[in-house]
Design a protein around this ligand. Structure first.
Ligand SMILES: [Fe+2]
Ligand SMILES: [Fe+2]
Length: 140
């Protein structure tokens, strides 16, 4: 993969992480008024969270494949497990009337954040190493 393309991919992944974070903030904001839930808005935002997270995982996996990333199997396994739980939290019967998104928000703040901080950080470091090698002339 050319360095410029790789740089663009890396930038895209970072922006997607920020966007996911923003959606969770939005969800927290919308569902923070327990006396007056806007269920339509909550539903739309929950679908966006699921759709966007799937897209992000797909893009990240695509980059890992293109780069022959050595930890790809473990990373994809984590994505699958996260998506399974997110799916259940979005559409399963785990919603509470007192706060319909509490579990989903909690899961993102804890588990998805941990995945980004650990697994995605390994990938980030792997990509940075490719850049360093390119700068040093070991790679085209
Ligand atoms: Fe990831
Ligand atoms: Fe990620």
């Amino acid at each position: 993969m050319q360095m410029l393309n790789l740089l663009k991919c890396l930038d895209k992944l970072h922006k997607q992480h920020l966007k996911i974070d923003q959606l969770i903030d939005d969800l927290e904001e919308i569902s923070g008024h327990s006396f007056d839930f806007d269920f339509d808005r909550i539903d739309i935002t929950v679908s966006d969270v699921l759709k966007y997270t799937r897209e992000h995982f797909h893009d990240e996996e695509d980059i890992m494949r293109k780069l022959d990333y050595p930890k790809i199997d473990a990373h994809i396994k984590q994505h699958h497990s996260l998506i399974d739980t997110i799916n259940k939290l979005c559409y399963g019967k785990t919603h509470f009337i007192s706060d319909p998104t509490e579990n989903l928000i909690h899961f993102f703040r804890e588990n998805v954040a941990k995945h980004i901080a650990i697994e995605d950080e390994y990938l980030d470091e792997f990509i940075r190493e490719i850049f360093r090698e390119a700068v040093n002339g070991k790679r085209k």
